[in-house]
Structure formats: structure tokens, C-alpha cells
Design a protein around this ligand. Structure first.
Ligand code: SF4
Length: 265
């Protein structure tokens, strides 16, 4: 297990936050990640368009729950801006395509990746939740990236509906089968994000099943975090560090724990 000790301060997270003109509402953020290094993060979906409505989501409640891909922004018109921004920062370690919401909903993802490829050789990381991997177009777009992260909080169907509250068109089997097929075709780095909510997905049986599922997917790393959750009129406190380490140990040797545990999305 790797425990990342780096703690970001506000300035590091938001060093440059350059909003594009109001009618082209993309935003770029430069951030320092203890795992990925210096990252240019490109927001590619409006807040919060997502097939899920996870109880631990850092972006709050889902306002637009959908499984349909859409052209949210005029991505094609941003090619020059993307290139200019990349040109100004020639020491990037990764370019990340991220939320707040599910990246796979952006129907122009493949065009965005093409634009980035034309501008730079910096590897592209897609920070997804993985709920749309069963869609062939999403599968194909994700395969164009160098690294992809997906979310798996549980291996249990009931807990999945409770924790992730995903759109009814994505039953557990469809979600996991999509991730499994993507994993078997994807040649890049494959990461899993897991949020542990004490008393919800942390009992012995849940951890045992989750470990078996993750093992079968052979992720390069598993990013484990915890978050305080308000759910069903109850407050589930964030796991303390020792308990988080103890539980994470059960998920195998590829766990990466960060002391930056405010970000569960
Ligand atoms: S954690 Fe990811 S999948 Fe879950 S609601 Fe938030 S953005 Fe959507």
C-alpha cells in the first residue's frame, strides 16, 4: 500500500483557474496531484450531469440524471484555446478530463482527445465514474486515453443502489459488465476509485466481495478514500486514518491512500 503524505494547499489546487468566456463554459484548472504530478484538468461536463447520485459525492446532489450522451459545449470551437493553454504550460505530467459529473456523457469526448493529441504528447487521464462503459461509443472513447479511472464502491447489488443510486437503466450487472469489457480491451493504466462509508460498505462480507471483484479487474492502482456522509437522516463520519488503513489493506497491495480525503468524486 502507498500512503501519500502530500497535503495540497488552496493555492496549489487552484493555482490557475481560467474560466473561458461565459458562452463557452469550459474551465481549465492547474493542480498538483501527489500521484499524477502537475495536471491540467479540463472540465468536460456541466455540474452535475451524471447517471449516478452517490451519497458521498463531493459535488452535491445530481441535478441532471441521465444516461444519454450530449454535446454540452461547443468543444470544437475550443481547439485553439486548448492548444494555447497547453503551450503555456510545457511542464505538465498529465492532462485530465474530469467532471463535476460523468465525463462519458460528453458526446464530443473523442474530439477533445484528438485536439489534445494534436497539441501535445502529454498523457491523457480520463477521470470517470465508469457507469457508461457498457456504451460502445464511451468504451471506444475511453480506449483512446492513456489512463482511465472508474468508480467501484461495492460488489453488492443492493449496496450499489444504496450508495451510488445510479439511473435505473444501469443495473449493477450492466455497470460491472461494461467495466469488465473495457478493462479487458484497454491497454493503458487502469485505476479504480473506492469511497468507504463506515457502516454502509465496510462490513466483512462487503470488503471480502469488493476485494474479489477488484482482484478480478487487476487495476494498476486503487485509490481509497473516505468521506463524511449524510444519508437517510443519519450522519456517517469519515473513517479515521488507522481504520481506513486497516480496511484498505484488505483490498490488496495496489491501494493508494491519500491524506487528501475531501474528494470522493
Ligand atoms: S461520485 Fe461520480 S458518479 Fe457519483 S454522483 Fe458524484 S460524479 Fe456522479
Amino acid at each position: 500500500m502507498i500512503i501519500l503524505k502530500h497535503r495540497m494547499n488552496y493555492n496549489e489546487q487552484t493555482g490557475i483557474h481560467n474560466h473561458l468566456p461565459y458562452n463557452i463554459p469550459y474551465s481549465f484548472t492547474l493542480k498538483l496531484s501527489p500521484f499524477f504530478g502537475k495536471v491540467l484538468s479540463i472540465t468536460s461536463v456541466p455540474s452535475k450531469a451524471c447517471p449516478g447520485n452517490c451519497i458521498h459525492c463531493n459535488f452535491g446532489k445530481t441535478s441532471y440524471q441521465t444516461v444519454d450522451r450530449q454535446s454540452f459545449y461547443a468543444l470544437r470551437h475550443n481547439s485553439t484555446l486548448i492548444k494555447d493553454f497547453i503551450d503555456q504550460h510545457n511542464d505538465l505530467d498529465y492532462i485530465e478530463i474530469s467532471g463535476p459529473g460523468e465525463v462519458g456523457l460528453n458526446a464530443e469526448l473523442n474530439l477533445l482527445i484528438d485536439d489534445i493529441r494534436k497539441a501535445t504528447n502529454v498523457p491523457v487521464h480520463i477521470d470517470s465514474c465508469g457507469y457508461l462503459c457498457w456504451r460502445i461509443s464511451v468504451h471506444n472513447d475511453f480506449c483512446k486515453a492513456d489512463a482511465v479511472s472508474v468508480r467501484i464502491d461495492t460488489a453488492d447489488r443492493e449496496t450499489y443502489h444504496k450508495v451510488n443510486a445510479v439511473h435505473q437503466q444501469i443495473p449493477f450487472e450492466r455497470y460491472i459488465t461494461g467495466i469488465r469489457q473495457f478493462r479487458s480491451n484497454f491497454k493503458g493504466d487502469f485505476y479504480v476509485k473506492t469511497c468507504l462509508v463506515d457502516g454502509v460498505n465496510t462490513d466483512d462480507a462487503s470488503m471480502y466481495k469488493l476485494n474479489a471483484l477488484l482482484k478480478s479487474l487487476s487495476p494498476d492502482s486503487i485509490f481509497v478514500s473516505s468521506s463524511q456522509v449524510h444519508f437517510d437522516n443519519k450522519v456517517y463520519p469519515v473513517l479515521d486514518h488507522d481504520r481506513l488503513v486497516a480496511l484498505s489493506t484488505r483490498l490488496g497491495p495496489h491501494v493508494v491512500l491519500s491524506d487528501i480525503i475531501h474528494q470522493c468524486a
